[in-house]
Design a protein around this ligand. Structure first.
Ligand code: SF4
Length: 355
């Protein structure tokens, strides 16, 4: 049975990892940018590529506490371990799996992507640490001859040690060979819609790819490749994850989970999962003095760096009270580590937002 979503993804099977991901409840743990491959479609950013850096979602990880803080702030129900090639830093991966299972219990679902073909000993270590699911990413050059590759043996070992096993690749011409291989081994296949990114666009063009339209970054033909596979391979467990599904559904739900957990008493959580509040910039002491004079409760504002943030409705009521040495506006930001500002809205244009 084929299920389709409004944002263009479709599937006849969802691995447990994907179910949590669809709810925006999976934390992305990027364990290292180091990688032995050089896939032309690699979307890893310049900041991370071939750098041994770790991020939990977009939060830089300098200690275990950073990972736990991020997982709690988004109410994570699971974690996807990615890179780079995670198994180049095996001990780190094992440590993080144990850390997450100790903190959140065995039900915190963890899956791992790998472009390598680990031997049984490594698979056993991963499973004993608590890994639930492994997704192999075979080199595109080998897609037509997977039967005689190391991947076949690694998949069988992964199954016997007790891991859920699948293959995850971009939906590209040639993926049909991988689908046949997955079907023979009764493992699931995740196809990601191929996307242009800042780091791969030149190589993608050189390989003859173009985008579906001018607005998006999805590659023309990627979806059709996945549709062809699903039609042809009856019995294969397939999930096609579209570019717009990742942006519109997964990301939005993750932002909402984070916003609901991290919003201050005066932040308004928008339906997009962003935070809306008011800002007054100027002489902070006199701004605070004025707020006290106006009997604004202390839980409705906060002094941050060189400015005061407060409930947008509070600002709406008292905006006229500030002198010309201050400037005020409404602000919408992501509830994430960077708190990137989405929009600054002038106070005389409150109708511009609709919460
Ligand atoms: S295996 Fe993954 S991280 Fe490594 S080059 Fe390929 S796409 Fe990039």
């Amino acid at each position: 049975m084929k299920y389709e979503t409004e944002s263009g993804s479709f599937y006849n099977y969802l691995g447990t990892g994907c179910k949590f991901c669809r709810e925006g409840a999976k934390m992305v743990l990027f364990v290292t940018g180091l990688c032995h491959r050089g896939c032309f479609y690699c979307p890893v950013s310049e900041e991370k590529r071939q750098n041994d850096v770790t991020f939990a979602n977009e939060r830089p990880v300098l200690s275990d506490e950073d990972i736990l803080y991020e997982a709690h702030s988004m109410q994570a129900l699971g974690t996807g371990i990615t890179g780079g090639e995670p198994l180049l830093v095996l001990e780190r991966v094992l440590g993080y799996i144990r850390l997450l299972k100790d903190e959140f219990g065995p039900e915190h679902h963890i899956h791992l992507y790998t472009a390598s073909t680990p031997a049984r000993e490594i698979l056993e270590q991963l499973h004993s640490a608590g890994l639930d699911e492994i997704r192999f990413h075979p080199d595109m050059d080998t897609w037509g001859r997977l039967d005689c590759s190391d991947l076949a043996a690694s998949i069988e070992e992964a199954k016997t040690v007790g891991l859920d096993v699948g293959i995850e690749i971009p939906s590209l011409p040639g993926a049909q060979h991988v689908a046949d291989f997955a079907l023979e081994r009764s493992i699931f296949l995740n196809l990601n819609e191929l996307e242009f990114s800042q780091t791969n666009s030149q190589a993608m063009k050189q390989h003859g790819f173009s985008t579906v339209n001018d607005e998006g970054c999805a590659v023309a033909g990627s979806r059709e490749t996945a549709e062809g596979i699903m039609e042809r391979c009856a019995g294969l467990h397939v999930n096609f994850c579209s570019s717009s599904f990742k942006d519109r559904v997964q990301l939005r739900k993750r932002l909402l989970r984070t916003a609901q957990t991290t919003a201050r008493e005066f932040d308004e959580v928008t339906p997009d999962g962003t935070l809306l509040y008011g800002v007054v910039e100027g002489e902070v002491e006199s701004i605070i003095g004025l707020l006290e004079q106006l009997d604004v409760p202390g839980n409705l504002y906060e002094c941050t760096r060189d400015r005061v943030e407060l409930g947008w409705w509070v600002l709406e009521d008292i905006a006229d009270e500030f002198d010309s040495g201050s400037s005020a506006w409404y602000e919408e930001c992501y509830p994430t580590y960077s708190r990137m500002v989405v929009e600054k809205i002038p106070i005389d244009n409150a109708d511009a937002f609709n919460v």
